[in-house]
Design a protein around this ligand. Sequence first.
Ligand code: ZN
Ligand code: ZN
Length: 236
Amino acid sequence: MKPDLSNGGGIKMFLVDLIFPSRCPFCDKVIPYDRLCCERCFDECKWSDENICRYCGKSVLRGCLCDEVTYDECVCAAYYSGNARKAIRNLKYRHEGAGAVVFGRVLHDMLIERDLLKSIDIAVPVPMYKGKLRERGYNQAELIAREIVRNTDISIRNDLIYRDDPETEQHLLGAEERRKAAFSQYHAAKAELDGETILLIDDVLTTGSTFSACTDELRRIGAGKVICAAAVTAGE
Ligand SMILES: [Zn+2]
Ligand SMILES: [Zn+2]
């Protein structure tokens, strides 16, 4: 199920490459201007397999979380381990969009394989809080979303859910606190949906609480089925 790993190339990409050489999101090495990543890095990445629960997105070997999550289905491109860790870090902190394209293409193909893509009406990237978005300049979940919906008529909506500025940095919280924080941070905007099928997108799936919180909010304003897509799922 390997997707096309070329980035389209063209003279513009070639010229851009002379100034900003393309780097592989998995290993940071310089790669040809018309590639998204090394072939070898792609092959070495631990892509998701039959041990990932198709409903909650967690490993069935470590105990799936179906009883705790509120969304309907979930696709995850890879395990959060090995070189995927680096690709996610690059995506968040180094303005490297190529990783988002690679994960987005894999998720796109998985959604087609499961016959889900054509049922989706709206794509909603999990929002970042405003301060963080200002600081980073982009939402990595949106970069992944753009690649998933490319060449479809699914629209991306960033106006349906917003996130409050947190009082404590997420990474300083324990699992239970994080879960509680997730449920109080996401809010639906004043909008009315009419049973549309939503695709929620994020970079990392950890406990499922972020996806669940967003799902609850979307359902409150009339969403129908909610399918989640994460670049990686934590825990093997
Ligand atoms: Zn590489
Ligand atoms: Zn499950």
